[in-house]
Design a protein around this ligand. Structure first.
Ligand code: G16
Length: 547
């Protein structure tokens, strides 16, 4: 690094001093925290993104300013790698180091050392696409990111303004593949593949029924509003245009955790209607319906596990149509990836379909990696974050096969559906918009109502609790997060509680996005799941103290 570069970094860094006692970790999905403390973090991640672009031969990198499901006063920042996926985990320690550097001098020293070690040639051309969600703090944080990127010589930041997180990831991937990568290209891509799937629906009478979407008062509802559906009937509520606070009593996280209707839903006209919820930056999707007028706001939830099951069933049906002797053989290896939060009933159902079910640690970066090992890998977290990955070689094989088959045959239609799904569903990251379109078209394909879909299996009752503790990092778990290794003795105590309940299962883990320890409990009745969740939460408090 030459003197001009060092001077540029020192000068800009002085604009963004690190707030006292701020300690950050890249976490499950980038850095998150109180927005008023994040200027220096976002500026530094801007520098990191520029270096990442230079390191990878001037490929385009993405930087998203969002705290997704967190409260509106929080914000955060994460990086999309040139593939469109999450930042390589190999760079996370460097992200942690620079985010916590206490002075401009220390920051520049860390960068210099890293640039030399990674053999990054400063002076090349780098490009970083910047996006933000609707949080009021996003605008000024985006300016900090811009300054960070442009303080690395030769690097430019391109402001893409308000976007869903998956849309930014999609743009990065498309740009690096040499494809058109604007928001309108994304819409066009969705429309073309959706229309293709609709044309292949076997039932003669294509029936459109209303879907009501809860936009979490965030960017997802607003982007959906811009996207005109000629073939779907979608009413969007909680767009944030008429007031309403981001993620407050609305959105996928609220609906999935509380299992009650979001604000603006629940009138008698909503009973039985198919509804869906996005989270704050539209990378999560859950469905629900109000079962009866007397349900008191309680809903029937169709979470990420049920979306995964629907997708798996559909993909398997297509594969079976053309795979030799009706089994997945050499041609296609289909696998599904879940986390410890997956409802036990969903795992039983998926295994019952004969599928390879693999478990990963919480965080889409972990699930994505495992799903990419299959020809078709479907991953979903119960919270609604997931997608379907098709390997490039499998898509080429499908396209080749399509040419050999006679148009209109069952095999041809099945192959064409899979090709269309691979175009529709975001290959970079979980995407609530493309996921929603795929759910809608599969329900049409099956001729199913949301109630019929819900009958695939019955969820075991479960309960999730957040516990505020003085130091959540005191909880250390095994790699699949099903057992706590620390604090010593807590797992034995949890096991003691689990034993008291039929089909009892529980685990604890430190959140990577909020300052809490999360508790998950499952049992054969809701009363038991609640009681197990509460007693494990009590154990967390007694081992770690309450804050
Ligand atoms: C992020 C991650 C998800 C994860 C969630 C909760 O979601 O992308 O993979 O499940 O945080 O993580 P934790 O339990 O560690 O707080 P989002 O939608 O907030 O970006």
């Amino acid at each position: 690094m030459d003197d001009t570069q060092i001077a540029s970094l020192l000068k800009s860094s002085d604009l963004f001093p690190l707030p006292q006692s701020l300690k950050l970790s890249y976490g499950t999905a980038g850095f998150r925290g109180d927005a008023s403390l994040l200027d220096s973090t976002v500026y530094r991640v801007g520098i990191l993104s520029a270096l990442r672009s230079l390191k990878l031969g001037s490929s385009t990198v993405g930087l998203m300013i969002t705290a997704s499901h967190n409260k509106v006063s929080d914000n955060g920042v994460k990086v999309a790698d040139p593939s469109g996926g999450m930042l390589s985990q190999e760079w996370e320690p460097f992200a942690d180091q620079i985010a916590n550097a206490s002075s401009s001098e220390e920051l520049v020293w860390l960068i210099k050392e890293f640039v030399e070690r990674e053999k990054i040639s400063i002076g090349g051309v780098g490009e970083v696409l910047l996006g933000r969600d609707t949080r009021p703090s996003g605008y000024s944080l985006l300016r900090a990111a811009e300054i960070g990127v442009s303080s690395v010589l030769g690097c430019v930041a391109v402001d893409k303004d308000l976007l869903t997180t998956p849309l930014l990831h999609w743009m990065v991937r498309a740009k690096n593949k040499g494809l058109n990568a604007s928001k309108y290209d994304y819409f066009e891509n969705l429309t073309t593949s959706l229309m293709c799937l609709i044309d292949l629906i076997p039932v003669s009478e294509f029936k459109i029924t209303k879907l009501v979407l809860d936009g979490a008062n965030g960017v997802g509802g607003q982007v959906m509003n811009e996207f005109s559906f000629c073939t779907l009937d979608v009413e969007i509520r909680n767009t944030g245009f008429q007031g309403g606070v981001l993620n407050e009593g609305v959105g996928a996280d609220f609906v999935q955790k509380e299992k009650v209707v979001p604000l603006g839903f629940g009138s008698k006209d909503d009973v039985g209607v198919r509804c869906a919820s996005f989270d704050g930056d539209a990378d999560r999707l859950v469905y629900f319906y109000v079962p009866s007028e007397s349900s008191g706001g309680k809903i029937e939830l169709l979470d990420g596990d049920k979306i995964l099951s629907l997708f798996a069933l559909f993909v398997k049906e297509q594969l079976n149509t053309f795979d030799d002797d009706g089994k997945e053989g050499e041609l296609s290896r289909l696998g599904v990836v879940q986390t410890a939060y997956a409802n036990g009933a969903s795992t039983d159902y998926l295994k019952g379909l004969g599928l390879d079910v693999v478990f990963a640690k919480t965080g889409v970066k972990h699930l994505h990696e495992k799903a990419a090992e299959f020809d078709v890998g479907i991953y979903f977290e119960a919270n609604g974050h997931g997608t379907i990955l098709f390997s490039e070689s499998f898509v080429s094989l499908l396209v080749g096969k399509q040419k050999d088959l006679s148009e209109g045959s069952d095999e041809y239609n099945a192959v064409s559906r899979l090709v269309a799904v691979s175009n529709l569903i975001n290959q970079a990251v979980g995407d609530a918009i493309s996921g929603l379109l795929l759910v809608e078209v599969i329900l049409q394909h099956m001729g199913w109502s949301v109630q019929k879909w819900n009958e695939l299996y019955k969820d075991l009752p479960s309960r999730q609790v957040k516990v505020e503790v003085p130091d959540r990092t005191a909880v250390v778990t095994t790699s699949e997060e099903t057992e706590a290794l620390k604090p010593l003795g807590i797992q034995d105590a949890i096991n003691g509680e689990i034993k008291k309940y039929k089909r009892g299962r529980a685990f604890i883990r430190p959140s990577g996005t909020e300052d809490v320890v999360r508790v998950y409990a499952e049992a054969s009745t809701q009363e038991d799941a609640d009681s197990l969740g509460d007693s494990v939460a009590q154990l967390v408090k007694s081992f770690l103290g309450s804050s």
